[in-house]
Design a protein. Structure first.
Lengths: 438, 438
């Protein structure tokens, strides 16, 4: 059969299915943006006639990473707030972003963040920020599968929009998404958090999600102060607010979920909601440590996220995988608390499922869209390579990502983004920050 | 004045002195292996006449990283033991190394580890392993400043040596070190741990250290089982064994020091001993979390180490810096528990001081040997760059290391080791592992 691309003779393929299958000396073929063959190198080579062959000898092929919680435009705010907790951080960041982040700043920051993410092997990101059209234009133009949507506060916020304007933006979001284009993504609505959106607002968003068929994501139970603020202003804990308002019935992606008590965990598990675990941000801001092993035992799907660069300082999902594995072992005092294969699945298929895209992306299987990355293992820090999953979690890093495909398109080739002039982008980002600071 | 090398117009220099000085748009000059000038780019350029100029625009210059605890030859054992605690790990690893690690395996593994370390920005390593001559030949040949020495057990161990043979090896170590050559390093003696060397043996090593003027390093208080085993076999905790035997008077580098009680901390602080904090290994093996903030408050110098690749799976000191910063914040529930600048100093000057080399390496200051690294910041994940110290700890990684000098020699240039044929080295490592496994 005809293929656009044959990825030939990979050292190994991490399929990232539920069985954590690894195929050694294997190939994959792509046509019309989808995976059409996966298997032993000789078999695939004999099955397909490919327009182009990518020599994958010495490389590991795996699904692109799914960053389940980030704020890409905040890449421009990297390093603004250091050595402060979540609330101190928010004060410093909100002041800075009100000054820097008009729509053109958002578009620039989202493009910068998308390029960084792609170079780090991330092919899909769930991204919450103001000015979602500008944000989506910036990130999708770099080739990222970029899931975003209107963000909601019960007060004006840095973008100055009223509640009615936010609802109006949300109703127009399907048209906006269509007109901007880019790889397929679900519609998403993004209430900021239970302490920043009141119960009536949350209920209205839940109804709109039903109406539009949109997914929902929100910050949830990030640290103790957030819980205390929510209790004080709403009379209940964050997860209870989401349950009470109907948000939880939407099976939202709950970012952070560090501070959940037993009732919270039961409610989240019962609703089928997912958690976006962000250990880099949680540790750096001293928010605490989410017990993801416990959540998974209770049936809550857990994906991984970086959070924004203003709190975690980069968009490196390899660092997040390593932190997630290490933190689970520390919390549980158990070196087998979570396997490397489970961590890799959290960063791929489990994240895709949380987005409702588990049938479409997240593993290297025939029929799925070709969101794929290739890691070059011919380096000292991956030699010898005994176990591909532990190599990915405990030895590999962003610099090992050599090629990246999104929906079959090579958006990073030999470590270079194909759609973006990187030196010009970096110069624009530096200029933007300097101008805003003057 | 004449210089061998002018490192011209760095974006910034992280001096890594006690004040954590940062010089922006600055240069440094090197002659005869030492730093002869550091300062504003225009000043240095006008002062020196250099045989060679290294264009450092867009780069951060900082001291090479000091890995204060590792086992370089175990790089060949990467991935041998996964999802097990320290004791399970030791059983699996000791069996494998008895099979693989003859002197030629040790030399090969040490060379592989040294190349990985240099590429990750490490210029000095305190390295404990069997067959120290072979180990030193392998690592020093790659250009690493490699501190090693005879290791001691009260039983034969994988190398099959008797106690008398170990003591004899130690007495001959100064001559061996001289004949092998390489950058200056101190003499070192390496009792493995208090549960593997009895009190009489420790006392004999302490006397020999006095006799030779050697430094001492040992594993100490790594996890609960080690403490229990030591209590059972020696009737006292590990730190008490070192105090009782005279080892602590040698101001040793204590690797791990995860499980220290108040008496232990007082004894270590009082003796002026140092801790080699290895968060990557401690977390992966679920050994626990060393309270380095507390240790530092009590006056204990703390450096950073990776441990061997069989437990932490790579030799990346950037990952270790990030883990150290994150873990301190989690343990202390305080996002200001330790600053990025302090973490960078732990990985440089504090490590150098623990080795007794604080006057010789560890900072970018005139008179010191030129152990220097250059990080190229012209990449998305380091843009914008507001704070060089937080950039190094929370955003940079091994792939940003572009040039590495040890004692003034460029041992990594444009990301390529200058003394080693890397493809041939990787092939030899893979062959060795395959042969040993058959």
């Amino acid at each position: 059969m005809r293929a656009d691309l044959l990825i030939d003779s990979a050292r190994g393929i991490l399929v990232c299915d539920d069985a954590s299958t690894v195929l050694m000396d294997a190939s994959a073929a792509v046509a019309d943006g989808r995976i059409i063959a996966v298997g032993p190198a000789d078999d695939v080579r004999s099955q397909v006639s490919a327009d182009r062959v990518l020599d994958a000898r010495g490389m590991l092929l795996m699904p692109g990473l799914v960053n389940l919680h980030t704020h890409l435009p905040m890449t421009l705010l990297r390093g603004v707030a250091e050595d402060v907790d979540l609330q101190g951080f928010l004060e410093m960041v909100w002041a800075e972003e009100a000054r820097v982040m008009d729509p053109s700043g958002v578009e620039l920051g989202a493009r910068l963040g998308a390029v960084e993410a792609l170079l780090c092997g991330t092919t899909t990101a769930l991204d919450m920020y103001f000015h979602p059209e500008a944000c989506h234009v910036g990130a999708a133009s770099a080739g990222l599968r970029h899931v975003t949507g209107p963000v909601f506060f019960s007060f004006p916020g840095p973008d100055g929009l009223s509640w009615e304007q936010r609802m109006d933006l949300a109703r127009r979001w399907p048209d906006a998404l269509r007109s901007i284009g880019g790889p397929h993504v679900p519609l998403a609505l993004m209430p900021h958090a239970a302490y920043t959106v009141d119960l009536a607002g949350l209920a209205e968003i839940a109804r709109l999600a039903d109406e539009l068929g949109a997914m929902v994501t929100t910050h949830a139970a990030e640290n103790d102060t957030e819980t205390a603020d929510t209790l004080a202003s709403r009379g209940m804990r964050p997860i209870a607010c989401f349950a009470e308002s109907g948000i939880l019935r939407q099976r939202p992606v709950l970012a952070h979920a560090v501070r959940m008590d037993d009732d919270d965990v039961s409610a989240v598990a019962g609703a089928g909601a997912s958690v976006a675990h962000c250990p880099g941000s949680n540790l750096k801001l001293a928010s605490g440590a989410a017990d993801v092993v416990g959540y998974r035992q209770r049936g809550i799907p857990v994906g991984l996220g970086t959070d924004g660069c203003s709190s975690s300082n980069d968009l490196d999902m390899f660092v997040v995988m390593r932190l997630a594995a290490d933190l689970a072992r520390l919390l549980r005092s158990d070196p087998a608390a979570i396997s490397a294969a489970d961590v890799v699945r959290m960063a791929t298929l489990d994240g895709a499922r949380a987005l409702g895209m588990g049938e479409r992306i997240g593993s290297v299987e025939v029929g799925k869209e070709a969101d794929l990355i290739l890691l070059d293992t011919r380096v000292p820090h991956l030699t010898p390579l005994r176990n591909p999953h532990t190599a990915v979690v405990f030895s590999a890093g962003r610099s090992d990502v050599r090629h990246v495909l999104v929906a079959g398109e090579l958006v990073v080739e030999d470590r270079r983004p194909t759609r973006v002039d990187v030196p010009a982008l970096l110069a624009a980002a530096d200029a933007r920050v300097a101008t805003a600071a003057s």
